[in-house]
Design a protein around this ligand. Structure first.
Ligand SMILES: Cc1cc2nc3c(=O)[nH]c(=O)nc-3n(C[C@H](O)[C@H](O)[C@H](O)COP(=O)(O)O)c2cc1C
Length: 482
């Protein structure tokens, strides 16, 4: 696995999944090229010779919208199916033992260190990504590092970052996100929150930063565990935060309480395909030290209207996480977990072998509770029997259409956390900051108490199919299925 963005780009190039684009404009052109390429599941892009910027000051995009990029970042082989990747990552979560970061004296990120008047975030060719964006968003593929002031552990989260002026950034972290909780703790103590923001780094770190690991589990330690070695870090003296030694661009500074300073953030083209949260005042970071490598590469992963996925095509961030939580909670008989819909976050499907009355409902309600944090995350939770592949939406819909009596097997429970990004928050609820949503629990398993009397499925047995496939192998050669 590569240790920095440059190594990752080299590998992607070897898979013929990378193109260089010259002479694009940061003002909407880069964003639109990225959108068109992502819609086509096309290669990753490196923009160079960007209008108004020196050669070498690059922007990389579309690195994770395709399976190749995601598999490369997380160390999966090309051949693995989506569900195999989800299961493999779930096992890693189950077996997690922390490997903490390793402090080093020096690293490429220290090639340029700017302080005081020399700080100018506009020196990087930050795109204006979408037509109605309220400004230039340097943080779309960002990792934001914060330390809990009471417990001391380090968190990563990907929270969008808008440039305000040459040394001020506004960042939007939804209610309930770990950085939201941490910064509020600092402010309650009367202190500004120390923050480090990386705008280009090892893609594994980025991938992990977007996954809602449990409170108290440091993404640094988890990334080290996945790699099998600690992540090299250097310490930023002002904030005391460790920053990846091989990152491309890092801004370190302090976020004062919103009473002291907050600025309009948004509108921004969001992952559900709308500008739902408009512009609001959000907390800022005053940059104290700006680090960058020579010829820095800014990484961008702006949201694109669904069905293009702003997260990743394979839902490690939701499905593996949920599967792991359900197993840790002692739920038996789970055969597979998958999450569909925008961001692969909204429609969770759990396939299980029912063992007792109420089993499916117990699993579903737990799943609804685990999948929180983020607009509409886990809004629909569907339980299906073990013969249904949860990653195959057609099969899931067949189960919903034929094994679920809507009168008795659909529950709607209000009052779960969503976020200002939810396009279905009505204006009155939004004005009251009532960021809540209902969740829908759909039990599409054969009813437990008469499952043995449920009509037989009209499908040849596996043994009969195998026999026929072998006997008539020539006939099926062209249509061979895995
Ligand atoms: C490309 C991308 C952009 C994201 N932007 C935001 C954002 O602006 N604000 C936010 O709260 N979450 C955003 N998220 C989701 C968070 O990164 C995710 O929920 C993560 O788990 C947060 O970390 P935490 O659990 O440590 O709070 C984004 C995710 C991705 C993949």
């Amino acid at each position: 696995m590569a240790d920095d963005l440059r190594g990752f780009l080299n590998e992607l190039g070897k898979w013929n999944k990378l193109r260089v684009v010259n002479n694009a404009d940061w003002d909407l052109e880069i964003g639109t090229i990225n959108e068109l390429m992502a819609e086509r599941q096309g290669p990753g892009l490196i923009f160079d010779n960007i209008k108004g910027y020196p050669k070498g000051y690059r922007v990389a995009t579309n690195l994770m919208h395709h399976r190749e990029g995601q598999k490369l970042a997380f160390g999966f082989s090309k051949e693995m199916t989506d569900l195999e990747c989800v299961a493999n990552f779930k096992d890693k979560l189950n077996n997690f033992t922390p490997i903490p970061p390793v402090e080093v004296k020096n690293g490429p990120i220290k090639e340029n260190i700017l302080t005081g008047e020399d700080i100018d975030i506009f020196k990087f060719p930050t795109p204006k990504w979408h037509t109605h964006d309220g400004g230039r968003y340097i943080g779309t593929g960002v990792i934001t590092i914060t330390r809990d002031p009471e417990e001391g552990w380090l968190n990563f989260g990907t929270y969008r970052v808008m440039i305000q002026d040459k040394s001020t950034l506004a960042f939007y972290a939804s209610p309930g996100k770990h950085a939201t909780i941490m910064r509020e703790k600092y402010w309650a103590m009367g202190k500004p929150c120390p923050v480090a923001m990386c705008f280009g780094q090892d893609m594994l770190l980025f991938g992990i930063s977007t996954i809602g690991l449990p409170w108290g589990m440091s993404e640094y330690d988890f990334a080290g565990f996945i790699k099998g070695r600690g992540i090299n870090v250097v310490i930023d003296e002002e904030t005391g935060l460790p920053i990846p030694a091989n990152a491309e661009i890092v801004a370190c500074g302090f976020s004062p309480s919103p009473e002291e300073d907050s600025r309009p953030e948004g509108p921004f083209g969001e992952w559900q395909g709308y500008y739902a949260s408009g512009a609001r005042n959000e907390p800022v970071v005053h940059i104290k030290t700006l680090y960058h490598r020579n010829d820095p590469i800014l990484f961008g992963q702006p949201p694109i209207k669904p069905p293009v996925n702003t997260w990743f095509p394979i839902p490690l961030h939701t499905a593996s996480f949920l599967w792991n939580r359900l197993e840790k909670a002692g739920m038996m008989g789970i055969r597979g977990v998958y999450v569909h819909g925008p961001g692969n976050r909204i429609i969770a499907v759990i396939s299980l072998k029912q063992r007792y009355l109420g089993h499916a409902k117990q699993v579903a309600t737990l799943a609804g509770a685990f999948l929180q944090g983020g607009a509409c995350t886990g809004r629909y939770i569907i339980t299906v029997d073990e013969d249904i592949d949860p990653s195959n939406l057609d099969e899931v819909l067949w189960a919903v259409c034929t094994r679920c009596d809507p009168e008795n097997y659909i529950d709607i429970v209000p009052g779960f956390l969503t976020s200002p990004l939810d396009p279905m928050l009505d204006p009155e609820k939004r004005a009251r900051k009532n960021y809540t949503t209902a969740k829908v629990f759909i039990n599409a398993c054969r009813p437990y108490h008469w499952k043995d009397k449920f009509p037989l499925v009209n499908r040849a047995s596996d043994a009969l199919r195998q026999k026929v496939l072998e006997k008539f192998s020539e006939l099926f050669k062209e249509t061979e299925q895995k």
